[in-house]
Ligand binder design. Structure first.
Ligand code: IPE
Ligand code: IPE
Ligand code: MG
Length: 237
């Protein structure tokens, strides 16, 4: 990769197209999701090597519970398999894993796997991999409003103290910078309830590549496109 390249500090990816990838091959959707997990593995490795500090991936939305039960079950099973298969390598690569989303709806087994991957990788300092699971931007903002309202009710906070910083600090992403670059695969050009607050000044990159075909090369293409962008933040240069 070109040495002059500016590397985004935080890249967020809407990993889409696993089902279509499987369909094209006459396979079951669950096989597409497995191939998607392998693509994630390759992408994490590439991002860490390029010097990305935060990589957030949208893996399961609050709306995805509405898919056929067999697919939801396969995705939950894949969370457990993914943890087993990838934890040692993530530790070795210095990748710390964090989870964002509402974990209360997951089974004990899935939550135990998530606890395992976060605790075993806690020392990682090279990159943080953020898994968005049972995540949606609207549910995140709803929880944030509830927390702030509770503080007001308890007399800990004045309504006028609720500023942008207080809202940001009440989101799942409180400890992270906003994403510099948001990538969506599979040709869809929408956010699907992802990081609507945090995306205020993110650069967007849409590619037709289906998620299971994504990897180091496609990531590099996205970063190249990002390098051609002029981020003005509403100002005049
Ligand atoms: C993304 O792939 C994975 C999840 C949303 C869990 P899809 O399963 O949405 O794949 P398509 O969009 O049907 O091709
Ligand atoms: C968005 O993809 C959610 C994830 C990638 C986890 P979807 O496939 O669920 O979104 P829509 O239905 O195309 O908007
Ligand atoms: Mg999809």
């Amino acid at each position: 990769m070109n040495q002059e390249m500016k590397i985004p500090q935080h890249i967020a990816i809407i990993m889409d197209g696993n089902g279509r990838w499987a369909k094209q091959r006459g396979k079951d959707r669950s096989e597409g999701h497995f191939a998607g997990m392998m693509a994630l593995r390759a992408t994490v490795k590439a991002a860490a090597e390029m010097g990305v500090k935060y990589l957030t991936v949208y893996a399961f939305s609050t709306e995805n519970w509405g898919r056929p039960q067999a697919e939801v079950d396969a995705l939950m099973e894949l969370v457990c398999t993914g943890v087993e298969m990838n934890t040692p390598e993530l530790c070795q690569e210095g990748v710390r894993v964090e989870i964002i989303g509402d974990r209360r709806r997951f089974s004990e087994k899935v939550n135990a796997a998530l606890d395992r991957i976060t605790s075993k990788t806690a020392q990682g300092e090279r990159m943080t991999l953020v898994l968005a699971l049972n995540y949606s931007s609207r549910s995140e903002l709803t929880f944030a409003v509830q927390q702030l309202a509770q503080k007001v009710a308890d007399g800990e906070l004045q309504p006028s103290d609720i500023d942008e910083k207080a809202i940001s600090q009440s989101l799942y992403t409180a400890s992270m910078p906003d994403p510099d670059l948001i990538i969506r695969t599979s040709g869809e050009c929408r956010l699907s309830n992802f990081m609507m607050w945090q995306a205020s000044y993110s650069e967007f990159y849409f590619t037709d590549v289906l998620w299971p075909d994504f990897g180091a090369e496609a990531l590099e293409e996205a970063i190249k496109a990002y390098n051609g962008r002029d981020r003005r933040y509403g100002l005049v240069k």
